[in-house]
Design a protein around this ligand. Structure first.
Ligand code: NAD
Length: 520
């Protein structure tokens, strides 16, 4: 590694990032170096933000349809160039192809969703005054974008969690600058270059590269920050943003519970737990991490889950030799997963399958099912973010709910069971979204908000809040007809002194005696 180069450093989850002038991006499935990219200095970040800021008014003036026209070109480019983008992203993340292919598909759908719903969500509103005293006023609310939105994104879904937040911001009329994860910047760079060179899109979308210094400089320069990452970094971003009173939306970690009731379809529940816990090597904020199973179906569930997880093929995935599970993406992550699993095993847990790092040049952890776990163990308490689930037997749904809610996180969860009963249980999980008889699928339902309770975040993406958060409301109170002066203005005559008490009694009281001043 060259001096002054931050190569797959462990700094992101730990100590402050070192000042470096370039980043080495590696393929975690093989360990090989892909390429080095230059880091943007704080001055370069400020210059990029200033440049797109200069172009933002024209972008905003295009209106919702004009902006959808351009975002539609991005959608078409993503669909036409899926293989190219997926190859880049697969190489930098170590994902299997099937997992990577979710990204362009999601983004194309999101562009259409916000393109067609933006007028409803952020179009100008006319509002009837609630009070007769305002009858002469016309009330309008318009939604104006924050001029520049900064997006800081993690490595687990390099496009979804960067462009996925940029799309509603751009559709709202903001310019956007993204700082992707230092581990996975290449797919995003490719798309942003295509926006500029191949699509010829307006100069309102760019990205900057680096770690903490670059991220901090972005926070300083923009008008709104959308951050996705660990709660540890989220706290730093929020503190930094407080210095300039810049609003933030934070999408942070999770420790999602799954509850399996005794009337569940156990095959479906086990298959869902395997996919929801292992997809993307468990590196999903809404992965199934903890499972609580009612006693009568516990043994059957564990046997089926173990068989399903035990069948998964792990390794570097290619068309001739397809795999189900790829590598860990961040170099820190395998160590965190190993620590959680070893902590559990040392305290009496048992792995029914997996349980250790896998051999090979890349960075792999075996798909693992742990039983005999409890809430004293890290694997049931802290975010593992790896291909590991812990399964606990519970007496009934009350015990399951108590344990599911016994966490500092509150991102999402799932319940399997007869649908009426499962829905009743789902409503009592303390988190931002719950799937009933399914897992992870809420992320694709862009119609409804997705965000964290407790330490899983502040704010929401998707649905109406997912675009409105990028706007400031401006209320217009327009006088439709008027005389030379209003009764509340000067002069403060005797009549003026009596005016408000009488009027407020007349319109405020809800009984006639009081309205007419007959009751003291
Ligand atoms: P991270 O917090 O280490 O890094 C996230 C981003 O912050 C990276 O781009 C990083 O370079 C940047 N960063 C680091 N220090 C910074 C600083 N001081 N100022 C500004 N930016 C800084 O997170 P990660 O390891 O990349 O991602 C994994 C985490 O993300 C997990 O906790 C996961 O649950 C969470 N996540 C949450 C969601 C969600 O929607 N809630 C989605 C995906 C991932």
């Amino acid at each position: 590694m060259e001096s002054g180069t931050a190569a797959r450093s462990t700094e992101t989850n730990g100590a402050p990032a070192p000042a470096a002038d370039s980043i080495e991006v590696h393929n975690p499935a093989t360990g090989g170096l892909i390429k080095s990219i230059p880091v943007d200095s704080p001055e370069a970040v400020a210059a990029t933000v200033a440049r797109v800021r200069g172009n933002q008014p024209e972008w905003e003036a295009m209106g919702i349809e004009g902006r959808y026209h351009w975002l539609g070109k991005l959608r078409d480019w993503l669909l036409d160039n899926q293989k190219r983008v997926l190859d880049t992203m697969q190489e930098e993340t170590g994902k299997v192809y099937a997992d990577a292919s979710n990204e362009p598909a999601y983004l194309a759908d999101l562009i259409n969703f916000y393109g067609t719903k933006a007028a409803k969500f952020i179009g100008e509103q006319s509002i009837r005054p609630h009070s007769p005293l305002l009858a002469a006023k016309k009330l309008q609310v318009q939604y104006r974008p924050y001029p520049v939105v900064g997006i800081i994104s993690p490595w687990n879904f390099p496009l979804i969690l960067a462009l996925g937040d940029a799309i509603p911001a751009l559709q709202a009329g903001a310019a956007v600058v993204i700082k992707p994860s230092e581990f996975t910047p290449l797919g995003l760079i490719e798309v942003v270059e295509a926006w500029k060179q191949e699509i010829g899109g307006p100069d309102v979308l760019d990205c900057v590269q680096g770690i903490g210094d670059t991220g901090g400089a972005l926070v300083d320069a923009v008008d709104f920050i959308q951050f996705t990452g660990s709660d540890r970094t989220g706290r730093k971003v929020m503190a930094r943003a407080a210095e300039t009173l810049t609003p933030v939306s934070l999408e942070l970690g999770g420790k999602d519970p799954m509850i399996v009731l005794d009337d569940a379809d156990v095959d479906r529940a086990a298959n869902a737990a395997a996919w929801g816990g292992m997809m993307n090597s468990g590196q999903i904020c809404i992965s199934v991490e903890r499972i609580y199973v009612e006693e009568p179906v516990y043994d059957e569930f564990v046997a089926k889950l173990t068989a399903e997880v035990g069948r998964l093929r792990q390794g570097a995935d290619d068309a001739r030799n397809p795999k189900d599970i790829g590598s860990m993406t961040s170099p820190n992550q395998a160590a965190i997963v190993e620590d959680h699993v070893n902590d559990a095993l040392a305290s009496g847990a048992r792995a029914t399958t997996g349980g250790k790092r896998a051999d090979g040049p890349g960075d792999y952890f075996e798909p693992t099912v742990l039983v005999d776990v409890d809430h004293s163990m890290k694997v049931m308490r802290d975010e593992t973010f790896g291909p590991v689930v812990g399964v606990m037997k519970v007496r009934d749904s009350e015990e399951a709910l108590r344990l599911a809610n016994d966490t500092r996180y509150g991102l999402s969860g799932s319940v399997f069971g007869e649908k009426v009963r499962a829905e009743q249980v789902a409503r009592r999980i303390e988190c931002g979204a719950v799937n009933v008889n399914d897992v992870l699928v809420n992320y694709l339902a862009s119609d409804v908000p997705m965000g964290g309770w407790k330490e899983s975040g502040i704010g929401f993406r998707h649905g109406e809040p997912g675009i409105k958060k990028y706007c400031r409301s401006e209320s217009l109170v327009i006088t439709r007809f008027a005389g030379k002066r209003e009764p509340t203005w000067y002069p403060y005559s005797k009549a003026r002194r009596r005016f408000l008490p009488v009027i407020s009694r007349f319109f405020g009281a809800r009984d006639w005696r009081r309205k007419l001043g007959l009751r003291r």
